[in-house]
Design a protein around this ligand. Structure first.
Ligand code: NAD
Length: 477
């Protein structure tokens, strides 16, 4: 049992203003495994105030990027050394299979941090240009106090996408973890203290959406970075629009995996295990619409159903587990609701369904629907669980049309024996990323969405620019 009765504010473990608590329940045992304070508006005030003082009074924003990178490099080294404890903790709080956790919930966030530590040395922080009347210095300055709000599915990754570039840039941060997965942020706070991050540069207040909304609108905040649902993103974007406050939004997805005529089916199905079902399918970039050429439809359906039906569903801490429980009871209800919807819409249940694999824990059976039309709700709405929709297509143009016929535009993939041709097809897909014969997020390449999948990009130099203001200083020759 992990009990935390304080919040991380101003570099100290501070008493919360209220008495409310958030219970963290294991999705596997359904037992309480942790407790943290439920942050209130008064706590958000205190955290923004601490971040504001650390930004306005320094030293953090006035240190050189190299000096900041040195501190963050120490944090990265601590993270690298102890990443197994982070992976175990995230698996315990939200049910990610441990083999995925080791990579996606711990190693990858550390890689993102190290990427930005390294980028500090090569990034162009300032350059000189020839202006009309004389030289101009163009400098990049930290944008200010950042509110970082993120979900429970990949908590450390979605936090680090914001935290690492914001801190390298010289910003200070108020982070709001979700009520479902707040424990990992406490471990990170300990490591940040140990690394010598100055007081107030990172502040952490777990809270629900009301306190989150209060933070978004807080007058002391200069930029909002949000990962979560499209519905919440719209409301946050509207508030930021009203206040002309810069905002980055990483929202939902309904990405398509296009299997071309010439694809090696065994390799494709193996690749889709990860691309479509990573992290129990609780992944915004999961390729949950599988597009198969009609000529090979039966073959694809058979191979995919065998793969999905054979997945090992069980205790996420077990190294043999491929699919763990859904992170929350309401998430299981949502996923089961979509399985009902798929059945009612007339899709063919190829494997899985509503029989729960285990009596205890929030498990759902990995499910594959066949004969799905792209008009069905299970093809249009984000399910956020291990439920796939197999959609037949007639010719490559039809595949591209179906892939693009979505409100979302986050990820995607093309599976083919001809990689160069796959790249040409990927270019036609209106999404922020589209892999060929794999799907991966690299720390040095931008990640984000078109359309309802969001605004702006995280990762890569693009992700750092999101935390910088550009200032021109012209002077006479
Ligand atoms: P959610 O939007 O309900 O919550 C996400 C976070 O935002 C939580 O911390 C929540 O407390 C907070 N929040 C919710 N409404 C808010 C508001 N109006 N103002 C301020 N804060 C608010 O999302 P969820 O259902 O918990 O998470 C799953 C969603 O996240 C999925 O839709 C998924 O696609 C999305 N997601 C996107 C990405 C990406 O990078 N595009 C990555 C992971 C998850």
């Amino acid at each position: 049992m992990r009990e935390h009765d304080r919040l991380f504010i101003g570099g100290q473990w501070a008493d919360p203003a209220g008495t409310g608590t958030i219970e963290v329940v294991s999705p596997h045992t359904e037992e309480v495994v942790g407790r943290v304070p439920d942050g209130t508006e008064a706590d958000m005030d205190a955290a923004v105030d601490a971040a504001r003082r650390a930004f306005d009074g320094g030293p953090w924003p006035r240190m050189t990027p190299a000096e900041r990178a040195e501190v963050l490099g120490r944090l990265s080294a601590i993270y690298a050394e102890r990443q197994q404890s982070m992976a175990d903790l995230v698996t315990e709080e939200m049910g990610s299979p441990i083999l995925f956790s080791i990579f996606g919930q711990a190693a990858l966030p550390q890689m993102v941090l190290q990427y930005y530590v390294d980028l500090a040395a090569s990034f162009t922080w300032e350059d000189e240009r020839a202006g009309m009347l004389g030289p101009v210095t163009v400098t990049r300055e930290p944008i200010g106090v950042v509110a970082a709000i993120y979900p429970w599915n990949v908590p450390q990754f979605t936090l680090m996408l914001k935290l690492a570039p914001a801190l390298v840039a010289g910003c200070t941060v108020v982070a709001k973890p979700s009520p479902e997965a707040p424990l990992d942020a406490y471990l990170l706070a300990e490591w940040a203290r140990e690394a010598g991050l100055p007081d107030g540069v990172l502040n952490i207040v777990p809270a629900g959406r009301e306190a989150g909304a209060y933070l978004v609108a807080h007058p002391g905040v200069d930029k909002v970075a949000f990962t979560g649902s499209t519905a919440a993103g719209r409301s946050i974007g509207a508030v930021c629009g009203q206040r002309l406050r810069p905002v980055t939004l990483e929202l939902g997805g309904k990405s398509a995996a296009i299997i071309l005529e010439d694809a090696d089916l065994a390799a494709t199905v193996e690749g889709l295990k990860m691309a479509a079902l990573m992290n129990n399918g609780e992944a915004c970039a999961a390729q949950t619409r599988i597009l198969a050429p009609r000529s090979r439809y039966d073959e694809v359906a058979g191979a995919l159903a065998a793969m999905v039906g054979d997945l090992v569903v069980g205790d996420p801490a077990d190294y043999g587990t491929e699919i763990g429980p859904m992170a929350a009871r309401r998430q299981r209800e949502r996923v089961e609701g979509y399985i009902r919807i798929g059945r009612d819409e007339g899709a063919t249940l190829l494997t899985g369904g509503l029989d729960r694999p285990h009596d205890r824990g929030w498990y759902v059976a990995p499910t594959l629907f066949g004969d799905v039309s792209n008009k069905m709700r299970i093809a249009r709405e984000e399910i956020f669980g291990p439920v796939l929709a197999l959609i037949p297509y007639d010719g490559e143009d039809d595949a591209v049309r179906i892939a693009n016929d979505s409100d979302y535009g986050l990820g995607g993939s093309v599976w083919t024996a001809d990689v160069a041709h796959g790249v040409e097809v990927a270019r036609r897909i209106r999404t922020g990323s589209c892999g060929v014969n794999l799907y991966v997020l690299d720390p040095n390449t931008p990640f984000g969405g078109y359309k309802d999948s969001g605004l702006g990009r995280e990762l890569g130099p693009e992700g750092l620019t999101a935390y910088l203001e550009h200032k021109a200083i012209p002077r006479p020759a």
